[in-house]
Each structure stands twice: as C-alpha cells, then as structure tokens.
Design a protein. Structure first.
Length: 313
C-alpha cells in the first residue's frame, strides 16, 4: 500500500489549497490517469497544538478536510479528538498553529459567523420548547422570515421522520428521537460544517444503528449545499459505516488518515488491500463481518501518516 506522508508544512504540500490548481493537478501529475477537478478544501489545520497546564492535548496537528466529506475522529480517551473538534468550532483557541476555513484564518472569524452546526453528546435541547420550536430556534436568531422558518422546519421534520411529534416536548421523546431533533436543529440553518461530539455515545446498540444510517444521508439532505461533517467516536464500526475518511489520533497527533477500507484491512486486520473491488454486500462467510461501504467516495486520495513521518512524533 502506498504511503503518502504529511508534509511538515501544509503550505509546502503540493496538495495544499494555497497552491494554484495547475500546481495541484499539472500535466505531469495527470499523465496516464483520468483528469480530475481539484478538490475544494474547506478546512485546513496547520500545526495546531493545545496545552492545558502541563497536559499536551494536541501536538502539531496538520489536517486538510475537503468540502462535502464526512470525517470521523477516533482514538483513545485523551488522544485529543474532542479538543480538536472544539478548536474547529471556536470554543477553544489553539496554543500554537492556525485553522483556516475557506482560506480565511479562523481566529479572525467570530463563532457566530463560522457557519457551523454543533451537536453535543447530551443533545442540549431546550426542555421548555417543543420539537418544532427547538428546530426553529436558530433560524429565529438568524432572523429568517416566518414563512421560511415554517417551510424549513417541516422539511426537517420529514427528513428526521418526526412529523407526528412536532408538538412534543423533549421529555416525551426517546433518546434516539431527541438526538434526531438535536441534529435537525444543528443543520436547520444549512451550515457548511457540522460537528458532532460522540453523538451516539449514550444510545443503545439498536438506536445507534438506526441513527448511523440517518447520519450518512445528512451530507445529501441539500445536494446544492452539501454539509461537511466531522464527528468524534470511539467506535471503529461506527466510523467505517458513516465516514468517507477516518482520522486516528494518538497522544495528541494524527497517527493515520485512511479510508474505511484501509482502516478495516490495513489497520485493524494488518493485511493488504484486496486487488478486486471491495463488495458492498455482506459476505457469505458469517465469521468475516463486513462494514457498509455504500457511501460517497472522497474526491481526493486520503493521506496516511505514520509515526516516523512526523518530526518529533
């Protein structure tokens, strides 16, 4: 399997969004292969570190996220997953490094103008508001018209399959239903970025399976404005079922960046990728469980960073 290490400086990486498209996909690079449109980078994390006292939560993290992809952040407790997510949201400031959103330094972008939806693990629904009012809350803050709010809320109630519960209050809903309302509220304003911090951690296995399927459809809920989704999870299976790319963190730095197929074969099973296309159906051999790969492929090849590819890692 070819290994493409991270550049120590993203601005020197030929795949950086700050390079001209001709440098990204020149004639020599495309010789003998299909022509590709340059992918549109939405987020670039450049050498980001974060310290809490003597604890190094993040250690010079470099990461590029393409518009419209779904990225899973996985790793052991304390690996820096949630810290990275909070920095992207603007809830924490990095000790070192920068985050770029749409080629703008995010430190200069106020939280309310980052065009981000955030879903917390505990849902954070307003108990005194019903389902419709919870979903509409952010739209009212953004001063959408009443007609536009009603239309958007009805669209989302249909999307999350809770039309019959529009007048219900959070305490009258199951955990899975509350989570769907929280997700609908987060995407109501059609943000370009959706961040989720272990969104299914408190749910049982059956509900988690149902919501995984639903979350896979979030990027295509509005095909004209696909949401770029980044979520934190401890569950490898969850990451493989939902994500187009998976980032594995260890001790505050990026250890691997892989596709679900590469995670399954090369990381978890320590095997080579098969020569034939990977099937999307469940194999006949029940002892060889298969993740669901029926999701949109990223437009650019993922990079895999190993320990030895980073200075000081």
């Amino acid at each position: 399997m070819a290994i493409q290490p991270f550049s120590a400086d993203p601005f020197l990486d030929p795949r950086s969004p700050f390079q001209r498209p001709t440098e990204l996909f020149g004639v020599e690079a495309n010789a003998g292969i299909d022509q590709l449109d340059p992918p549109e980078t939405l987020i670039l994390v450049e050498g980001v570190s974060k310290q809490f006292g003597n604890f190094q939560a993040l250690n010079r993290v470099d990461l590029e996220i393409i518009k419209g992809t779904t990225v899973a952040l996985i790793g052991a407790s304390g690996s820096g997953k949630s810290t990275l997510l909070r920095i992207l949201a603007g809830l924490e400031a990095p000790s070192e490094g920068r985050v770029w959103i749409n080629e703008q330094d995010a430190s200069a972008i106020p939280i309310q103008h980052r065009d981000i939806g955030f879903v917390f693990q505990d849902y954070a629904l307003f108990s005194h508001l019903n389902v419709r009012e919870n979903i509409a809350y952010g739209l009212e803050i953004k001063k959408w018209s009443s007609t536009a709010i009603i239309k958007r809320v009805e669209e989302l109630l249909d999307f999350i399959d809770l039309k019959e519960h529009g007048a219900s209050y959070p305490k009258q809903l199951s955990g899975g239903q509350q989570q769907r309302v929280a997700l609908a509220r987060a995407i109501a304003g059609k943000p370009s970025i959706l961040l989720l911090d272990e969104p299914f951690g408190a749910l049982d296995r059956k509900l988690r399976a149902e919501l995984r399927s639903w979350l896979r459809d979030v990027p295509i809920e509005d095909p004209q404005n696909p949401v770029t989704t980044i979520f934190v999870t401890h569950d490898h299976q969850e990451a493989m079922e939902i994500a187009t790319e998976i980032v594995i963190l260890k001790d505050g730095y990026v250890k691997y960046r892989v596709t679900p197929e590469e995670l399954y074969y090369c990381v978890l099973r320590e095997a080579e990728l098969p020569e034939k296309p990977i099937p999307t159906h469940t194999p006949k051999n029940p002892t060889d469980p298969r993740p669901d790969f029926r999701r949109r492929k990223p437009r650019s090849r993922p990079r895999i960073a190993f320990d030895g590819d980073r200075t000081g890692a």
